[in-house]
Design a protein around this ligand. Structure first.
Ligand code: ARG
Length: 581
């Protein structure tokens, strides 16, 4: 597989070569600061950036660089206080199209080869229903897993299921006392378990006798009592079935093989604490073992402890995360660990990372990153809740979006067989939810608005799916063999073709940018801009009725490459790109 060099990289090379001719060596080696521009194909403000150090007016530097640029590769002019405007020859852009349209993976390289990235995402809690709060971690985490993997990283997905804790003692005790209540073999529905869980909690709060029995059950669970463990295992299995059903419906890559719930680390907790004690990192505070940090304080200004072992000798969420990070570094050999978890856990992760650093597990060779995200809001601008104030089940949200997609698509799609229509409706509804989530800047809150998200217009998943379908339907209308014509690099580029070609060329750079910033909305924004560039092209450049066969061939290549780029981009977001709509 050969990577196609992006036009932007060619321009950078040309500017760098010119800089080397006209600037002192210590200044010439830096970033040539080439960006896409409205005034030319690209612009560089490197002359402005270097003027001070070079002790020359920026305009003079810009002119010198422009004069030195290889005019066959790039034509350069200067403007304003010292901008370089850079335009590439038509043939260069056509060559890129010709290379990419037939390339495996669109000619995109694998710059992340050699990196082992552990991605912690989804992580719902056993015996509870997945709710709206799990939507973002699941969808964002999965998109990152796909994109980083596509760029060559060795991705290890980790589903840190909430499968351990005192609440299970309570639930198992309740189940034991109510053998008449069915919860087994619900075929991927945990609503009964969820209800049992809430009933157990209510009785725990109201009935001291039950609370006592529940506590003994916690002890039994923790000390490995066989009967108690057996029920716990069934609870886990039943819940995992339900989660898997939802992952499958969402088109998320997670499988049971990616599950490494909290209980996985039980065996290591004592050892982790011992290691921290031996290293003098923990101190005793009110009977608990804690780590303190000078720069992490609560609202009252007091330092907030990371509780590694509770005063009753039990271990909690923090101890588990310490064992987890040690395992991910020492055993999984991660070079990067991403925790795609709600922004409200920011302080927890700061403390876990700082402790891991003090313990010597987390070194400069490993990047541990909390990838936080904002809240999903209801139309009233408040966190999404049911009318009674409860959490909204994720499956209900999906049903709502699919239902709305069915209305919108049935109106538009004619001539689809019922099976295919249903497939498209699911793809559009689920895709709409995922796209609405991914296209909002990750750290911002957003409003879950079903009508807006399934709209055929605007920055929506359906719009992009539709743009992809339009590229397909044009190709379907071509005479036999015409779809594979070679690109003629001698033809002049229409401005709309030029804009589309430049947009297509930006794909690799966009993916690299998402990998750096961990912000999938940049890919959404890119695909949306690409779809718009395609629409402009389509409106001003006839394809089937092109003037010559060569022109038609070139335009067909633009359609094909746009279609492949949209489909690949959607796939990397975890969104299906149906062939028809
Ligand atoms: N189960 C947790 C929750 O629902 C999320 C776990 C995130 N991952 C982690 N390693 N702490 O809040």
């Amino acid at each position: 597989m050969t990577d196609v060099v992006a036009t932007k990289n060619l321009v950078e090379t040309a500017v760098s070569a010119a800089m080397a001719q006209v600037l002192p060596a210590e200044l010439a080696g830096g970033d040539p600061l080439v960006r896409r521009s409205e005034h030319a194909d690209f612009q560089s403000n490197v002359a402005l950036a270097l003027a001070k150090q070079a002790k020359r007016p920026p305009r003079e530097i810009a002119q010198a660089v422009a004069d030195a640029i290889d005019a066959h590769a790039v034509s350069a002019t200067t403007s304003g206080p010292g901008f370089l405007n850079l335009t590439v020859p038509d043939a260069t852009l056509w060559e890129r199209i010709g290379e990419r349209v037939n390339a495996d993976r669109l000619g995109i390289g694998t710059p992340l080869t050699g990196e082992r990235m552990v991605i912690d995402y989804s992580a719902p809690n056993i015996a509870k229903e997945m709710h709206v709060g799990h939507l973002r971690t699941t969808i964002i985490g999965d998109a990152l897993a796909r994109i980083l993997g596509f760029l060559g990283a060795d991705v290890v997905r980790q589903n840190h299921l909430g499968d351990w804790g005192t609440q299970f003692g309570m639930l198992i005790q309740y189940i034991d006392e109510h053998p008449e209540l069915p919860w087994r073999h619900q075929g991927g529905d945990v609503s009964t378990l969820d209800a049992l869980y809430r009933a157990a909690r209510a009785q725990f709060d109201a009935d001291l006798g039950f609370a006592d029995r529940a506590r003994s059950r916690v002890v039994a669970l923790q000390s490995g009592d066989a009967a108690t463990l057996a029920v716990w295992r069934e609870l886990v299995a039943e819940s995992e079935l339900a989660f898997q059903a939802l992952y499958d419906r969402l088109g998320v890559l997670l499988t049971p093989a990616d599950s490494a719930g909290e209980s996985t680390y039980n065996l290591f907790l004592a050892d982790v604490v011992e290691e921290l004690v031996a290293a003098g990192i923990v101190v005793e505070s009110d009977g608990a073992l804690c780590v303190f940090f000078d720069d992490i304080t609560g609202p009252d200004g007091d330092r907030v402890p990371l509780i590694v072992r509770k005063s009753d000798g039990g271990f909690g969420y923090a101890a588990t995360d310490l064992a987890t990070i040690r395992y991910r570094i020492r055993d999984l050999k991660a070079t990067r660990i991403l925790y795609v978890v709600d922004a409200r856990q920011a302080m927890h992760f700061r403390m876990v990372f700082a402790t891991a650093r003090r313990a010597g597990w987390l070194t400069d060779d490993v990047h541990a990153v909390h990838v936080p995200f904002g809240t999903v809001l209801a139309a009233d601008g408040r966190p999404f809740k049911t009318r009674s104030g409860g959490t909204v089940r994720l499956s209900e949200l999906l049903d709502a979006a699919v239902g709305r997609a069915r209305d919108v698509i049935s109106e538009k799609a004619h001539g689809l067989a019922p099976d295919e229509l249903e497939h498209v409706v699911q793809a559009a509804g689920i895709g709409a939810v995922k796209y609405a989530d991914l296209s909002t800047s990750r750290t911002k809150d957003y409003t879950f608005d079903v009508d807006r998200m399934v709209s055929f217009t605007g920055n929506t998943g359906v719009y992009l799916q539709y743009a992809h379908v339009r590229t397909r339907s044009i190709l379907a209308k071509l005479p036999e063999g015409a779809a594979l014509a070679a690109v003629d690099t001698t033809l002049p580029l229409h401005p709309a073709e030029r804009a589309l070609a430049l947009a297509l060329d930006d794909f690799a750079d966009t993916l690299a940018d998402v990998a750096d910033t961990l912000e999938p909305h940049r890919l959404c924004g890119y695909l949306f801009a690409l779809a718009k560039a395609y629409t402009d092209f389509f409106e001003s450049c006839p394809v089937l009725r092109a003037e010559t066969a060569a022109q038609r061939g070139n335009r067909v290549a633009l359609c094909r490459l746009t279609g492949r780029t949209l489909a690949t981009g959607l796939h990397l977001l975890g969104i299906e790109a149906p062939q028809r709509l």
